[in-house]
Write a protein that binds this ligand. Structure first.
Ligand code: AMP
Length: 362
């Protein structure tokens, strides 16, 4: 089976690493000449709206999937005429626009921060009056890793933020005084079968995920699964979907969904029976889903900007390095490492060892 992937970054690369043992082949459509997934399959170097290359991709593959959600709607609609596309157009349309996303949470009775659609400065002034400060202004589309958003703490922030974000359609959200951030990686097959990985605790630094730790028997696991199942069924979803939540007042508030494999699920490569990457491929290919249970205790640390010296990373016991083969650049995710240990005590020690190494090499 040959899978077409829109996007050729590290997520595409890890999909191919998981799918190759299943006998799958891959083609990536990505305009970047140095797309890091290209080492693992065919690379169609073209823009996401290039109909000629999209048609070529559709002709060559059995189905198409995505490694990012900001794919133009026209690209999805065009491909869907010729080849099955998972997840479907509706899931992508909703997940790439924060207004549609939050409106869906509200419709499904999933708690979420107070929010308002912002098309102008007047809308913002009005929304701040009802939601209050602090609040977070986010562009409706194209935001990632903390980009395209501003925290509004006082009235001077309110006066400048909309213009600073480019006067594009935005969403204003009430600021959530969360005690933690967790994510749930969910999978739904073509037949509607679903499964869920253990909740993951996430720590961000300047809006970029830095550390994920897989939980054991998290008290909010079932609640998170219930919320995710509502979204999966509503969207008739096929594939892996990541659901990010704020932990607040002993409950959960939905932050956002990502209709794809997700950075907070990278630990599953070593830390779960079947990884998120393999399960995404199984789901979209109509194969039985794999077990999501943990194998030991796991944490994942991102390498942002650069990868520390390889020999030093892998000298840490139980440490599994993933070097994406990308050019090093400030703020860019260029690799990660998973620590998988027998007990939480050992895991905490290994996290400290790896954090120390990252700090030393920064
Ligand atoms: P996002 O791109 O929406 O995932 O936001 C990036 C990060 O900003 C989140 O992981 C949170 O740490 C923080 N953040 C986003 N929205 C809010 C909010 N409404 N209240 C408090 N913190 C937020």
């Amino acid at each position: 089976m040959k899978i077409g992937v829109i996007g050729g970054g590290q997520l595409g690369r890890m999909l191919a690493l998981a799918g190759t043992p299943l006998g799958m082949h891959f083609a990536f459509l990505d305009p970047a000449p140095d797309a890091c997934a290209a080492a693992l399959g065919e690379h169609l170097q073209a823009d996401y709206g290039d109909l000629q290359h999209l048609r070529q991709l559709a002709d060559e593959v059995d189905l198409v999937t995505f490694e990012f959600e900001s794919v133009p709607a026209e690209t999805v609609a065009f491909l869907s005429q010729f080849v099955p596309v998972y997840p479907g157009a509706d899931a992508l349309r909703i997940a790439r626009d924060r207004w549609f996303e939050k409106s869906m949470f509200r419709e499904l009775d999933i708690p979420t921060p107070a929010f308002a659609d912002i098309q102008s400065q007047a809308d913002l002034d009005h929304a701040v009056a009802s939601i209050g400060l602090p609040a977070v202004l986010k562009t409706r589309t194209l935001g990632y890793d903390g980009k395209g958003q501003k925290v509004l703490r006082n009235l001077s922030d309110v006066l400048s933020a909309f213009a600073e974000l480019g006067s594009v359609p935005c969403l204003l959200e009430g600021f959530v005084p969360f005690t933690g951030e967790v994510s749930l990686i969910a999978v739904r097959g073509r037949d509607g079968a679903t499964c869920f990985y253990p909740l993951v605790h996430n720590n961000h630094d300047s809006g970029i995920l830095r550390l994920s730790i897989a939980s054991s028997d998290h008290p909010l696991q079932k609640l998170a699964e219930d919320y995710a199942a509502r979204v999966l069924d509503k969207l008739d979803y096929v594939g892996v979907l990541a659901f990010e939540f704020f932990e607040v007042d002993g409950g959960l508030k939905a932050n956002e969904i990502a209709p794809r494999v997700h950075n907070s699920g990278h630990w599953t490569i070593e830390g779960a029976e079947c990884s998120q990457f393999e399960n995404h491929l199984r789901a979209i290919a109509g194969l039985p889903l794999g077990a999501t249970r943990k194998v030991g205790e796991s944490a994942m640390l991102n390498f942002i900007g650069s990868v520390p010296e390889v020999s030093k990373v892998i000298a840490i016991e139980d440490c599994h390095l993933h070097h994406y083969g990308k050019a090093f650049k400030v703020g860019r995710k260029v690799g990660h490492a998973t620590l998988r240990c027998a007990t939480r005590d050992v895991l905490d020690r290994q996290i400290m060892a790896l954090e120390t190494l990252i700090d030393q090499q920064a």
